[in-house]
Design a protein around this ligand. Structure first.
Ligand SMILES: *[C@@H]1O[C@H](CO)[C@@H](O)[C@H](O)[C@H]1NC(C)=O
Ligand SMILES: *[C@@H]1O[C@H](CO)[C@@H](O)[C@H](O)[C@H]1NC(C)=O
Ligand SMILES: *[C@@H]1O[C@H](CO)[C@@H](O)[C@H](O)[C@H]1NC(C)=O
Ligand SMILES: *[C@@H]1O[C@H](CO)[C@@H](O)[C@H](O)[C@H]1NC(C)=O
Length: 372
């Protein structure tokens, strides 16, 4: 102990008194070293602010101004009741105190992986700022997208969703509610893992942003699979003449999205009286509810092509052998529909259902046939 102390003392004494070391130049060296460290640290912190500051800012804003901007982290601990309440906020002052570029929210309702992700990556490339992505998958599934992917950390807190059950509509409302938290999202598209884009992003954005109507298939279908699924217990909230059927793959605007998230009138009726195997709620709930609420905003058709021509309870699945130019000519060039009340031949922007093995041929023909 004693000798160590003396050693230390000796060293200090040596440093202070040693005539062999030029004392001022030693000081200069220390000074320069600190200078270099100081400059390095400030350059580093400027870099950090430039590259990560936006995220930190969004976090701060999500605390103080929750509606302004997309929260940097999509994961949260709100339950559905808290989330839907939060998402139902609507600004009463219609002019925004910031530059709002309206975005399309692409909401992927999946079981697990997204086999078509490489095609979607190409679709989104170069259009940053005009879209946001949300993915709802089974809670048991953990996504492993790389940080450079557009799907990286776009997963939302999810729960089990079963086809034809209310849990499926719950998942869709959960996607809508999470997407509503970003005030810049103006349009909301529901897609599945087997969906592909049929047009490039510019066409999709133009088509949707210039439409007077939202695209939700909603028809009054006679017969056992349409009106036959109606239950009189749903009245008086829902009468038979209001009952609608359509595919669940919708594109709706912000106003309709809020209506779906805030609904407490129709939800209990459908949950109780539209159950398998008589009724499949994802084909009726939003279609009927929005027909009662906002019929003037509905185009009553879907933007997602699906082939029912093969018959049966499920639409056709397309595999690698289907991916030919003629196949897309049929989908793309032989259609008629109304767009803003005018006849149009551009009717579908998306299509399903595509098997994972169709990805490679799709990527090959995408530039020429799909313009992607
Ligand atoms: C998108 O597709 C349209 C029509 O196919 C084409 O005219 C346009 O140049 C494409 N845009 C981009 C950015 O590739
Ligand atoms: C259903 O019909 C009843 C009786 O005619 C009426 O009072 C009610 O408003 C109708 N509901 C809707 C949603 O139109
Ligand atoms: C869609 O259907 C509703 C009634 O169900 C109707 O009021 C509305 O005008 C239709 N939309 C278009 C674009 O025709
Ligand atoms: C286009 O549709 C018409 C009528 O439905 C049909 O006769 C024709 O064969 C179709 N053409 C192609 C290329 O699919």
């Amino acid at each position: 102990m004693q000798s160590r102390l003396e050693e230390g003392k000796d060293l200090a004494t040596t440093l202070r008194t040693s005539p062999s070391r030029p004392f001022p130049s030693r000081l200069l060296q220390f000074f320069l070293l600190f200078l270099v460290i100081g400059i390095g640290a400030s350059i580093l912190s400027m870099y950090m602010i430039r590259h990560f500051g936006i995220n930190n800012m969004a976090l701060v804003q999500s605390t103080f101004m929750p509606c302004f901007q997309q929260p940097a982290i999509l994961m949260h601990t709100m339950n559905d009741i808290e989330l839907f309440w939060r998402a139902s906020f609507v600004p009463r002052i219609k002019s925004y105190p910031f530059t709002r570029v309206p975005k399309i929210a692409f909401m992927f309702l999946t079981k697990g992986p997204l086999p078509m992700a490489p095609l979607w990556e190409k679709f989104f490339e170069g259009h940053e700022g005009l879209y946001s992505i949300y993915v709802h998958s089974l809670p048991s599934y953990t996504a492993d997208f790389s940080p450079s992917s557009v799907f990286y950390e776009r997963q939302i807190p999810s729960q089990v969703a079963e086809w034809g059950m209310m849990s499926m509509c719950d998942a869709e409302r959960r996607l809508l509610a999470n997407a509503l938290l970003d005030i810049s999202n103006e349009w909301f598209i529901l897609l599945s893992e087997s969906c592909i884009p049929l047009q490039n992003f510019s066409i999709v954005y133009q088509y949707i942003s210039r439409s007077q109507y939202s695209f939700l298939g909603a028809i009054d279908e006679p017969g056992p699979y349409g009106r036959g699924r109606y239950d009189e217990n749903m009245a008086p909230e829902i009468n038979l003449t209001d009952w609608r059927k359509g595919s669940q793959w919708f594109e709706i605007n912000r106003e309709l999205a809020v209506r779906i998230v805030e609904d407490t009138t129709y939800y209990p009726k459908l949950k109780e009286f539209c159950i398998p195997h008589k009724c499949y709620v994802d084909e009726h709930y939003f279609q009927t509810m929005l027909t009662i609420n906002s019929p003037h905003l509905l185009a009553n058709r879907s933007l997602t092509y699906v082939d029912w021509s093969r018959g049966g309870a499920h639409p056709a699945t397309f595999g690698k052998d289907d991916i030919k130019e003629q196949f897309f000519n049929k989908i793309l060039q032989n259609q008629t529909c109304l767009y803003n009340s005018q006849p149009s031949s551009l009717c579908f922007l998306f299509a399903r259902k595509f098997a994972p093995n169709s990805l490679v041929p799709l990527l090959k023909i995408a530039p020429e046939v799909l313009g992607i």
